[in-house]
Design a binder for this molecule. Structure first.
Ligand code: PLP
Length: 402
Protein backbone atom coordinates (compact mmCIF):
# COMPACT_ATOMS: atom_id res chain seq x y z
CA UNK A 1 0.00 0.00 0.00
CA UNK A 2 2.61 2.46 1.03
CA UNK A 3 4.60 3.72 -1.92
CA UNK A 4 7.26 6.38 -1.88
CA UNK A 5 7.84 8.22 -5.15
CA UNK A 6 11.41 8.47 -6.39
CA UNK A 7 13.22 10.35 -9.13
CA UNK A 8 12.89 7.33 -11.44
CA UNK A 9 9.11 7.72 -11.32
CA UNK A 10 9.46 11.04 -13.07
CA UNK A 11 10.56 9.22 -16.22
CA UNK A 12 7.75 6.70 -15.83
CA UNK A 13 4.85 9.07 -15.33
CA UNK A 14 5.77 12.57 -16.48
CA UNK A 15 6.26 13.91 -19.98
CA UNK A 16 10.00 14.46 -20.34
CA UNK A 17 9.80 18.23 -20.79
CA UNK A 18 12.21 18.63 -17.85
CA UNK A 19 15.28 16.82 -16.56
CA UNK A 20 15.01 17.34 -12.80
CA UNK A 21 17.94 16.83 -10.47
CA UNK A 22 18.23 13.59 -8.59
CA UNK A 23 16.86 14.72 -5.21
CA UNK A 24 13.32 15.28 -3.99
CA UNK A 25 13.08 17.77 -1.15
CA UNK A 26 10.05 17.11 1.01
CA UNK A 27 10.25 19.97 3.50
CA UNK A 28 11.53 23.53 3.52
CA UNK A 29 12.02 26.33 5.98
CA UNK A 30 13.51 29.70 5.08
CA UNK A 31 16.33 28.98 2.63
CA UNK A 32 16.91 25.40 3.72
CA UNK A 33 15.29 22.23 2.37
CA UNK A 34 15.47 18.58 3.38
CA UNK A 35 14.84 15.37 1.50
CA UNK A 36 13.24 12.25 2.98
CA UNK A 37 16.59 10.97 4.27
CA UNK A 38 17.17 14.25 6.07
CA UNK A 39 19.88 15.56 3.73
CA UNK A 40 19.93 19.33 3.92
CA UNK A 41 20.13 21.76 0.99
CA UNK A 42 20.77 25.48 0.98
CA UNK A 43 18.48 27.13 -1.53
CA UNK A 44 20.10 29.68 -3.84
CA UNK A 45 17.46 28.95 -6.52
CA UNK A 46 14.35 30.11 -4.69
CA UNK A 47 12.09 28.10 -7.00
CA UNK A 48 13.41 30.20 -9.93
CA UNK A 49 12.86 33.63 -8.38
CA UNK A 50 9.50 32.54 -6.96
CA UNK A 51 10.03 31.85 -3.25
CA UNK A 52 10.97 35.45 -2.49
CA UNK A 53 10.25 34.93 1.20
CA UNK A 54 11.80 31.49 1.39
CA UNK A 55 9.91 28.31 2.19
CA UNK A 56 6.90 28.27 4.50
CA UNK A 57 7.19 31.90 5.57
CA UNK A 58 4.93 32.15 8.64
CA UNK A 59 2.95 35.07 7.22
CA UNK A 60 2.20 33.24 3.99
CA UNK A 61 1.32 30.01 5.78
CA UNK A 62 -1.06 31.98 7.98
CA UNK A 63 -2.69 33.75 5.01
CA UNK A 64 -3.10 30.45 3.16
CA UNK A 65 -4.59 28.63 6.13
CA UNK A 66 -6.92 31.47 7.04
CA UNK A 67 -8.27 31.74 3.50
CA UNK A 68 -8.50 27.94 3.17
CA UNK A 69 -11.17 27.95 5.87
CA UNK A 70 -13.20 30.70 4.17
CA UNK A 71 -13.53 30.37 0.40
CA UNK A 72 -11.14 29.08 -2.26
CA UNK A 73 -12.65 29.86 -5.62
CA UNK A 74 -15.71 31.61 -6.98
CA UNK A 75 -14.86 32.09 -10.70
CA UNK A 76 -15.12 35.51 -12.30
CA UNK A 77 -18.89 35.35 -12.48
CA UNK A 78 -18.50 36.64 -8.91
CA UNK A 79 -15.67 38.67 -7.50
CA UNK A 80 -13.98 38.03 -4.16
CA UNK A 81 -12.45 40.07 -1.35
CA UNK A 82 -8.84 38.81 -1.59
CA UNK A 83 -8.66 39.61 -5.32
CA UNK A 84 -9.99 43.12 -4.73
CA UNK A 85 -7.56 43.71 -1.87
CA UNK A 86 -4.62 42.52 -3.97
CA UNK A 87 -5.64 44.59 -7.02
CA UNK A 88 -6.02 47.69 -4.86
CA UNK A 89 -2.62 47.09 -3.28
CA UNK A 90 -0.97 46.83 -6.71
CA UNK A 91 -2.69 49.98 -7.96
CA UNK A 92 -1.70 51.92 -4.85
CA UNK A 93 1.95 50.87 -5.06
CA UNK A 94 2.65 51.14 -8.81
CA UNK A 95 1.98 53.31 -11.89
CA UNK A 96 -1.07 51.20 -12.71
CA UNK A 97 -4.74 52.13 -12.53
CA UNK A 98 -6.03 48.70 -13.47
CA UNK A 99 -5.03 45.08 -12.89
CA UNK A 100 -5.81 41.81 -14.66
CA UNK A 101 -5.14 38.80 -12.44
CA UNK A 102 -4.11 35.40 -13.77
CA UNK A 103 -1.96 32.44 -12.76
CA UNK A 104 1.37 32.43 -14.61
CA UNK A 105 3.88 34.68 -16.29
CA UNK A 106 3.10 33.34 -19.73
CA UNK A 107 -0.57 34.04 -19.15
CA UNK A 108 0.14 37.60 -17.98
CA UNK A 109 2.24 38.22 -21.08
CA UNK A 110 -0.38 36.68 -23.33
CA UNK A 111 -2.85 39.18 -21.84
CA UNK A 112 -0.36 42.03 -22.32
CA UNK A 113 0.33 41.19 -25.97
CA UNK A 114 -3.38 40.89 -26.73
CA UNK A 115 -3.99 44.21 -24.94
CA UNK A 116 -1.39 46.17 -26.91
CA UNK A 117 -2.64 44.73 -30.20
CA UNK A 118 -6.23 45.52 -29.30
CA UNK A 119 -5.42 49.04 -28.13
CA UNK A 120 -3.62 49.85 -31.38
CA UNK A 121 -6.40 48.23 -33.39
CA UNK A 122 -9.15 50.20 -31.68
CA UNK A 123 -7.34 53.53 -31.41
CA UNK A 124 -5.29 53.64 -34.62
CA UNK A 125 -6.51 50.95 -37.00
CA UNK A 126 -5.62 47.47 -38.18
CA UNK A 127 -2.30 48.41 -39.76
CA UNK A 128 -0.75 49.11 -36.34
CA UNK A 129 0.07 45.60 -35.20
CA UNK A 130 3.84 45.17 -35.19
CA UNK A 131 5.39 44.04 -31.91
CA UNK A 132 9.11 44.60 -31.43
CA UNK A 133 10.88 42.38 -28.92
CA UNK A 134 14.45 41.22 -28.40
CA UNK A 135 16.70 38.33 -29.32
CA UNK A 136 17.28 35.96 -26.39
CA UNK A 137 14.22 37.38 -24.60
CA UNK A 138 11.97 34.99 -22.69
CA UNK A 139 8.28 35.71 -22.20
CA UNK A 140 6.70 32.33 -21.50
CA UNK A 141 5.68 29.10 -23.23
CA UNK A 142 2.32 29.82 -24.81
CA UNK A 143 2.50 30.02 -28.59
CA UNK A 144 2.17 33.83 -28.70
CA UNK A 145 4.73 34.30 -25.93
CA UNK A 146 7.35 31.96 -27.43
CA UNK A 147 6.88 33.81 -30.71
CA UNK A 148 7.47 37.19 -29.10
CA UNK A 149 10.34 35.62 -27.16
CA UNK A 150 13.69 35.71 -28.90
CA UNK A 151 14.79 32.07 -28.79
CA UNK A 152 13.56 30.38 -32.00
CA UNK A 153 14.16 26.90 -30.54
CA UNK A 154 11.08 27.44 -28.36
CA UNK A 155 8.74 28.39 -31.24
CA UNK A 156 9.95 26.12 -34.04
CA UNK A 157 8.23 22.88 -34.96
CA UNK A 158 4.73 23.87 -33.94
CA UNK A 159 3.40 25.09 -37.28
CA UNK A 160 2.92 28.65 -38.52
CA UNK A 161 4.23 31.23 -36.07
CA UNK A 162 2.00 34.28 -35.43
CA UNK A 163 3.06 37.18 -37.65
CA UNK A 164 3.73 40.83 -36.95
CA UNK A 165 6.63 40.22 -34.57
CA UNK A 166 10.18 41.51 -35.13
CA UNK A 167 13.28 41.07 -33.00
CA UNK A 168 15.89 43.71 -32.25
CA UNK A 169 19.14 43.48 -30.26
CA UNK A 170 18.90 43.95 -26.51
CA UNK A 171 20.75 47.06 -25.28
CA UNK A 172 21.11 48.32 -28.85
CA UNK A 173 18.85 51.29 -29.48
CA UNK A 174 19.91 51.63 -33.11
CA UNK A 175 18.58 48.16 -33.84
CA UNK A 176 15.20 49.31 -32.51
CA UNK A 177 15.34 52.55 -34.49
CA UNK A 178 15.84 50.46 -37.61
CA UNK A 179 12.61 48.54 -37.01
CA UNK A 180 10.20 50.88 -35.27
CA UNK A 181 7.67 52.78 -37.38
CA UNK A 182 4.05 53.86 -37.30
CA UNK A 183 2.91 50.27 -37.71
CA UNK A 184 4.51 49.37 -34.39
CA UNK A 185 1.98 48.83 -31.62
CA UNK A 186 4.41 47.92 -28.84
CA UNK A 187 7.96 47.28 -27.73
CA UNK A 188 8.28 44.42 -25.24
CA UNK A 189 11.33 44.09 -23.01
CA UNK A 190 12.61 42.46 -19.83
CA UNK A 191 14.39 45.20 -17.84
CA UNK A 192 16.78 42.40 -16.85
CA UNK A 193 16.84 39.48 -19.27
CA UNK A 194 16.60 36.50 -16.95
CA UNK A 195 16.49 33.14 -18.72
CA UNK A 196 19.05 34.10 -21.32
CA UNK A 197 21.81 34.83 -18.82
CA UNK A 198 20.90 37.63 -16.38
CA UNK A 199 21.57 40.68 -18.53
CA UNK A 200 20.46 44.03 -17.11
CA UNK A 201 19.28 46.69 -19.54
CA UNK A 202 21.38 49.85 -19.65
CA UNK A 203 19.41 52.77 -18.20
CA UNK A 204 19.87 54.78 -21.44
CA UNK A 205 18.49 51.84 -23.39
CA UNK A 206 15.21 51.78 -21.45
CA UNK A 207 14.98 55.58 -21.54
CA UNK A 208 15.54 55.46 -25.30
CA UNK A 209 12.83 52.82 -25.74
CA UNK A 210 10.42 55.06 -23.85
CA UNK A 211 11.19 57.96 -26.19
CA UNK A 212 10.94 55.87 -29.35
CA UNK A 213 7.61 54.45 -28.22
CA UNK A 214 6.27 57.92 -27.51
CA UNK A 215 7.45 59.18 -30.91
CA UNK A 216 5.66 56.36 -32.70
CA UNK A 217 2.59 56.09 -30.50
CA UNK A 218 3.62 52.60 -29.49
CA UNK A 219 3.19 51.12 -26.03
CA UNK A 220 6.10 50.06 -23.85
CA UNK A 221 5.64 46.70 -22.13
CA UNK A 222 7.94 45.63 -19.31
CA UNK A 223 8.03 41.93 -18.61
CA UNK A 224 8.95 41.97 -14.92
CA UNK A 225 7.94 38.37 -14.33
CA UNK A 226 11.45 37.53 -13.10
CA UNK A 227 12.99 40.88 -12.17
CA UNK A 228 9.92 42.37 -10.45
CA UNK A 229 8.28 41.99 -7.05
CA UNK A 230 11.24 43.08 -4.97
CA UNK A 231 13.96 41.11 -6.75
CA UNK A 232 16.13 44.17 -7.49
CA UNK A 233 15.56 45.81 -4.11
CA UNK A 234 12.87 48.09 -5.53
CA UNK A 235 9.29 46.90 -5.63
CA UNK A 236 9.57 46.82 -9.44
CA UNK A 237 12.66 47.25 -11.59
CA UNK A 238 11.05 50.12 -13.52
CA UNK A 239 11.17 52.18 -10.32
CA UNK A 240 14.88 51.63 -10.08
CA UNK A 241 15.40 52.64 -13.72
CA UNK A 242 13.03 55.58 -13.49
CA UNK A 243 11.31 54.57 -16.72
CA UNK A 244 7.57 53.99 -16.50
CA UNK A 245 6.04 51.43 -18.88
CA UNK A 246 2.47 51.43 -20.21
CA UNK A 247 1.95 47.78 -19.39
CA UNK A 248 3.79 45.63 -16.86
CA UNK A 249 3.57 41.91 -16.22
CA UNK A 250 4.43 40.33 -12.88
CA UNK A 251 4.38 36.69 -11.76
CA UNK A 252 6.92 34.38 -10.11
CA UNK A 253 7.55 36.07 -6.71
CA UNK A 254 4.15 37.76 -6.52
CA UNK A 255 2.57 34.57 -5.17
CA UNK A 256 5.53 33.63 -2.99
CA UNK A 257 5.16 30.06 -4.31
CA UNK A 258 1.44 30.01 -5.02
CA UNK A 259 0.53 30.26 -8.74
CA UNK A 260 -0.37 33.90 -9.31
CA UNK A 261 0.36 36.60 -11.89
CA UNK A 262 -0.91 39.98 -12.95
CA UNK A 263 -0.89 42.40 -15.84
CA UNK A 264 -0.85 46.06 -14.84
CA UNK A 265 -1.82 49.01 -17.01
CA UNK A 266 -3.45 52.43 -17.09
CA UNK A 267 -7.13 53.40 -17.38
CA UNK A 268 -6.49 54.84 -20.83
CA UNK A 269 -5.09 51.60 -22.26
CA UNK A 270 -7.16 49.20 -20.17
CA UNK A 271 -10.42 50.64 -21.47
CA UNK A 272 -10.17 48.56 -24.67
CA UNK A 273 -10.61 45.37 -22.64
CA UNK A 274 -14.34 45.12 -22.03
CA UNK A 275 -16.60 42.31 -20.86
CA UNK A 276 -15.65 39.20 -22.79
CA UNK A 277 -12.46 40.52 -24.45
CA UNK A 278 -10.25 38.34 -22.31
CA UNK A 279 -10.49 36.07 -19.28
CA UNK A 280 -9.13 33.24 -17.16
CA UNK A 281 -11.06 30.79 -14.99
CA UNK A 282 -8.46 30.79 -12.21
CA UNK A 283 -7.62 34.49 -12.58
CA UNK A 284 -8.13 36.23 -9.26
CA UNK A 285 -8.62 32.94 -7.43
CA UNK A 286 -9.34 33.78 -3.78
CA UNK A 287 -6.71 31.46 -2.28
CA UNK A 288 -3.99 32.69 -4.65
CA UNK A 289 -4.92 36.33 -4.10
CA UNK A 290 -4.90 36.01 -0.31
CA UNK A 291 -1.40 34.54 -0.39
CA UNK A 292 -0.31 37.09 -3.01
CA UNK A 293 -1.44 40.01 -0.90
CA UNK A 294 0.44 38.70 2.13
CA UNK A 295 3.50 38.12 -0.06
CA UNK A 296 3.43 41.59 -1.61
CA UNK A 297 2.78 43.36 1.67
CA UNK A 298 5.79 41.58 3.14
CA UNK A 299 8.05 41.96 0.09
CA UNK A 300 7.06 45.62 -0.21
CA UNK A 301 8.07 46.45 3.35
CA UNK A 302 11.20 48.55 3.71
CA UNK A 303 12.59 45.85 5.98
CA UNK A 304 12.66 43.34 3.12
CA UNK A 305 13.50 45.70 0.23
CA UNK A 306 16.27 47.47 2.11
CA UNK A 307 17.90 44.16 2.97
CA UNK A 308 18.44 43.21 -0.67
CA UNK A 309 21.49 45.43 -1.29
CA UNK A 310 23.64 43.95 1.50
CA UNK A 311 22.73 40.42 0.41
CA UNK A 312 23.68 41.30 -3.16
CA UNK A 313 27.03 42.58 -1.91
CA UNK A 314 27.66 39.39 0.06
CA UNK A 315 26.85 37.20 -2.97
CA UNK A 316 29.03 39.30 -5.23
CA UNK A 317 31.99 39.30 -2.85
CA UNK A 318 31.91 35.51 -2.51
CA UNK A 319 31.33 34.84 -6.20
CA UNK A 320 34.16 37.11 -7.23
CA UNK A 321 36.49 35.42 -4.73
CA UNK A 322 35.47 31.94 -5.94
CA UNK A 323 35.87 33.11 -9.52
CA UNK A 324 39.41 34.16 -8.80
CA UNK A 325 40.29 31.03 -6.86
CA UNK A 326 39.13 28.62 -9.58
CA UNK A 327 39.24 30.79 -12.69
CA UNK A 328 35.67 29.74 -13.48
CA UNK A 329 33.83 33.04 -13.94
CA UNK A 330 34.43 35.66 -16.61
CA UNK A 331 31.88 38.06 -15.14
CA UNK A 332 29.53 38.41 -12.18
CA UNK A 333 26.52 40.62 -12.99
CA UNK A 334 22.92 41.39 -12.16
CA UNK A 335 20.94 43.49 -9.75
CA UNK A 336 19.69 42.78 -6.26
CA UNK A 337 19.11 39.06 -5.86
CA UNK A 338 19.00 38.28 -9.57
CA UNK A 339 22.65 37.46 -10.10
CA UNK A 340 24.47 35.75 -12.95
CA UNK A 341 28.00 34.37 -12.95
CA UNK A 342 29.15 33.82 -16.50
CA UNK A 343 31.38 30.78 -16.87
CA UNK A 344 34.81 31.32 -18.38
CA UNK A 345 36.45 28.99 -20.89
CA UNK A 346 36.90 26.03 -20.60
CA UNK A 347 33.84 25.78 -18.34
CA UNK A 348 31.51 27.75 -20.61
CA UNK A 349 29.29 24.77 -21.42
CA UNK A 350 29.46 23.15 -17.99
CA UNK A 351 26.74 24.93 -16.06
CA UNK A 352 24.74 21.78 -15.68
CA UNK A 353 27.74 19.83 -14.35
CA UNK A 354 28.22 22.51 -11.71
CA UNK A 355 24.53 22.29 -10.84
CA UNK A 356 24.92 18.54 -10.29
CA UNK A 357 28.11 18.91 -8.27
CA UNK A 358 26.34 21.54 -6.15
CA UNK A 359 23.41 19.33 -5.32
CA UNK A 360 25.91 16.66 -4.24
CA UNK A 361 27.34 19.24 -1.87
CA UNK A 362 23.93 20.25 -0.54
CA UNK A 363 23.32 23.39 -2.57
CA UNK A 364 20.52 24.24 -4.99
CA UNK A 365 21.25 26.76 -7.70
CA UNK A 366 20.25 27.48 -11.29
CA UNK A 367 21.71 28.02 -14.70
CA UNK A 368 20.56 30.52 -17.31
CA UNK A 369 21.65 28.84 -20.51
CA UNK A 370 24.63 26.45 -20.47
CA UNK A 371 27.17 29.13 -19.61
CA UNK A 372 25.75 31.17 -16.75
CA UNK A 373 25.15 30.20 -13.13
CA UNK A 374 22.06 32.00 -11.84
CA UNK A 375 21.27 32.91 -8.25
CA UNK A 376 17.70 33.91 -7.36
CA UNK A 377 17.43 33.16 -3.64
CA UNK A 378 14.85 34.32 -1.15
CA UNK A 379 15.00 38.07 -0.51
CA UNK A 380 15.22 37.26 3.20
CA UNK A 381 17.91 34.60 2.99
CA UNK A 382 20.08 35.08 6.10
CA UNK A 383 23.76 36.02 5.89
CA UNK A 384 24.54 32.71 7.65
CA UNK A 385 22.67 30.79 4.93
CA UNK A 386 24.59 32.68 2.25
CA UNK A 387 27.90 31.89 3.99
CA UNK A 388 27.04 28.21 4.31
CA UNK A 389 25.85 28.02 0.71
CA UNK A 390 29.10 29.57 -0.49
CA UNK A 391 31.15 26.98 1.42
CA UNK A 392 29.20 24.32 -0.45
CA UNK A 393 29.61 26.11 -3.79
CA UNK A 394 33.34 26.27 -3.11
CA UNK A 395 33.38 22.46 -2.70
CA UNK A 396 31.28 21.97 -5.83
CA UNK A 397 33.60 24.17 -7.89
CA UNK A 398 36.61 22.31 -6.50
CA UNK A 399 35.13 19.10 -7.95
CA UNK A 400 34.86 20.67 -11.39
CA UNK A 401 37.82 23.02 -11.53
CA UNK A 402 40.02 22.11 -8.55
C1 PLP B 1 9.46 32.81 -16.04
C2 PLP B 1 9.22 33.90 -17.00
C3 PLP B 1 8.06 33.95 -17.80
C4 PLP B 1 7.07 32.81 -17.84
O1 PLP B 1 6.41 32.64 -16.63
P1 PLP B 1 5.57 31.30 -16.37
O2 PLP B 1 4.99 31.51 -15.02
O3 PLP B 1 6.55 30.16 -16.46
O4 PLP B 1 4.55 31.21 -17.44
C5 PLP B 1 7.86 35.06 -18.58
N1 PLP B 1 8.74 36.07 -18.61
C6 PLP B 1 9.87 36.06 -17.88
C7 PLP B 1 10.78 37.23 -17.93
C8 PLP B 1 10.15 34.98 -17.05
O5 PLP B 1 11.29 34.94 -16.35
Amino acid sequence: MSWTPSRADFDTYMLPTYAPQNVIPVRGEGSRLWDREGREFIDFAGGIAVNALGHCHPRLVEALKAQADKVWHLSNVYTNEPALRLARWLVEHTFADKVFLCSSGGEANEAAFKLVRRYAHDMHGEHKQKIISFRQAFHGRTFFTVSVGGQPKYSQGFGPVPGGIEHAEFNDLDSVRALIDDQTCAVVVEPIQGESGVRPADPEFLRGLRELCDQHQALLVFDEVQCGAGRTGSLYAYMEYGVVPDVLTTAKAIGGGFPLAAMLTTDEIGKVFVVGTHGSTYGGNALASAVGLAAMETIGSSEVLDGVASRHALFRRHLEALGERYGVFSQVRGKGLLIGAELAEPYAERGRDILEASIEEGLMLLVAGPGVLRFTPSLVITPAEIEEGMVRLDRALARIAG
